[in-house]
Write a protein that binds this ligand. Structure first.
Ligand SMILES: [Zn+2]
Ligand SMILES: [Zn+2]
Length: 262
């Protein structure tokens, strides 16, 4: 009985490995780096990070970040956005590379839902550049986990791919420190208050990493931050586990206020 179980497990593992290798081969075989990652234009030698010259000119970089959440703030607002004036975050500070404009939405959707996982490379390059000018020195990099059901249906965790790639470039340990224990609604469809409720107690620290996080500075990676509810919840979990400080780096920051204004 026991032997059968083990055999089954080996076959299962092997199948999983094969499909991973297959996925990797597909990514290599298809000419993924020839076109611009945003709108598919041909790239000239002036292109940088798989982005054509025209797209580069219109990239919505966050120029003036809120010093707490990392979203764009107007100069008249000072250094902290309206939301962060009212809200206390569990992380010290967050940054994002881009504002969440249509151009960025398109790219993130291709990455997450159209199975173009190879986009993690240019996306993480943007994030690596941001981190290199931020002035923080994390001991550990971690990522927002997906619930196992969601990870199964998507076959990869976008935040994990980004985190591993960034960690590799900085030679920092990347560890999955938390698991998502509640398979809740997607945050995308919810308003501010519901987002906080939705993620409450949804994440759990993986106890075998307890010694590793003690007094450590941890950088949490995600693709998009909106209200910061997810980052706050995970930061709480990490601080309770003994971490010293949490910082958050996102590919893009999406302002809920901007959306309600539209
Ligand atoms: Zn382009
Ligand atoms: Zn803010």
């Amino acid at each position: 009985m026991k032997t059968n179980f083990t055999k089954e497990k080996i076959v299962k593992n092997f199948k999983a490995k094969l499909s991973k290798i297959g996925e990797h081969l597909l990514n290599i075989m298809y000419p993924k780096h020839i076109k611009c990652i945003f709108f598919g234009e041909e790239l000239t030698e002036k292109a940088y990070n798989d982005t054509c010259v025209d797209c580069w000119k219109t990239l919505p970089f966050v120029e003036r970040p809120c010093l707490r959440c990392g979203g764009s703030v107007e100069e008249v607002q000072g250094n902290v956005c309206l939301t962060c004036h009212k809200l206390n975050h569990n992380f010290v500070s967050a940054r994002a590379v881009f504002d969440y404009t249509d151009m960025i939405v398109g790219l993130v959707h291709k990455f997450k839902y159209n199975n173009k996982s190879f986009l993690f490379e240019p996306m993480s390059n943007f994030m690596t550049e941001k981190l290199s000018t931020w002035g923080i020195e994390p001991d550990i990099i971690t990522f927002v986990p997906l619930h196992k059901n969601k990870q199964k249906s998507r076959s990869f965790n976008q935040a994990e791919l980004l985190a591993k790639s960034i960690a590799e470039k900085f030679d920092i340990k990347c560890i999955g420190l938390c698991e998502k224990i509640v398979d809740n609604y997607s945050q995308a469809s919810l308003n501010f208050k519901d987002r906080q409720e939705n993620v409450k107690d949804a994440y759990k620290f993986i106890n075998r990493h307890k010694q590793e996080v003690k007094n450590k500075i941890i950088l949490l990676i995600d693709d998009i931050m909106t209200t910061g509810a997810t980052a706050d919840e995970i930061s709480k979990v990490l601080l309770n586990a003994g971490a010293k400080e949490i910082y958050v780096l996102n590919f893009a920051h999406r302002s809920l206020f901007e959306e309600t204004k539209k």
